[in-house]
Design a binder for this molecule. Sequence first.
Ligand code: CUA
Length: 155
Amino acid sequence: MHLHKFEKIWLVFGGVTLVAFLIVLGFNAFSHGHHPPSDLTRVEPAMVDQTAPFDKPGLVKTGDNQYDLNMPAFVFGYAPNEIEIPLGAEITFHTTSKDVIHGFAIPGTNVNMMVVPGHVNSATTTFKKPGDYMILCNEYCGAGHHMMMAKIVVK
Ligand code: CUA
């Protein structure tokens, strides 16, 4: 079969480009390792209740106007179920799952996390308006998914 010179050039160009893209793709996919969205801290799902800081769920003062809020997720809720937060404080939520994948979203804020068993996920926000906020699960997790929530009272 006869191939025109330009056809050969373009075939080689196409092949080289494909290989180059595959190398870039492979490098990006594997160079950083595979892990779910998480702050890379690990915790055994069955041991959440015995593992700090989740053995004592709730608010911990970490600075002048800063707090950690440790809230494990489980079917179908969060601990604690309701919590009061000082207005204007910087809150860093830490969560992990005791069983299946859950969501951790607070409408009206930047907090929207995926909660993967075995991993800790964290997000920081400041509540500038007083009132009631809901923590909602936005990952389908079973029969009680639609009832999975917790309440934050900012004042
Ligand atoms: Cu937990 Cu949906």
